[in-house]
Ligand binder design. Sequence first.
Ligand SMILES: [Fe+2]
Length: 290
Amino acid sequence: MGTGTVLSGRVRKDLSEISNKTNSNGNIPVTKSIASSPENRSKSRKKIQRRSKKAVISPVQKLFETCNKVFADGKSGIVPSQENIEMLRAVLDKIKPEDVDVSPNMPYFRSKSVGDRSPIVTYLHIYKCHKFSMGIFCLPPSGVIPLHNHPEMTVFSKLLFGTMHIKSYDWVADSPQPSSDTRLAKVKVDSEFTAPCDTSILYPADGGNMHCFTAKTACAVLDVLGPPYSDPAGRHCTYYFDYPFSRFSVDGVAVAEEEKERYEWLKEREEEPEDLTVMAMMYSGPTIKE
Ligand SMILES: [Fe+2]
């Protein structure tokens, strides 16, 4: 889209400027006498400053441009190539909280739980198109994003600061079910992560497509979804209850005793969790130029 074109246009323009400065023999002309005047030196300095200003792009702009390439396909269930995944991971690995203007001092990270309700989670929307979305979840201590799925998506999650417990699952393919809304899943991750740590990636069928986040301290997570949730496209966010393997006995489903802790039943919740409140707020970091 726009930015890639602008960049390549600028490169072409700079090259043409250089070629215009060659003389009729094709050699670079002697410019010493012109450049030595104070006025021209000042003009040259300003020109160089203007060019270097143009060349510097913010980390979030870089992220946007990389997502544009990586999720160019924009179709459900299409996993980017390994090369593209590594390219986006490398960009996310370098992003720091200050690059997206978040810090633990912000009020979003101080909200308290009221009664049984979890503390309010804030979502800072950065960008969304039909191919991908980018945003930051801000969780106060004890904040929870309940177990949910990412149908047909590839998702990159970068913990910007804080300590978070992540539990994630993948479906066990072709397993008999105790009921149409309950399926067997295998635990992929059940650990605490403290920033700075590697960007985690989940895929349509593996990598922990269903996950639950629990903030141990104030946490900020930068999430990139490709493609994003879309009801018209059939990519709904579904929430789940999790039950131990021993909860249901199903013909044809057998797991070794020592493996039982790694399998759980996930049952679709009919409604969104009533104790989940997500407030959408304006992202205040560097703007994105499309
Ligand atoms: Fe998620």
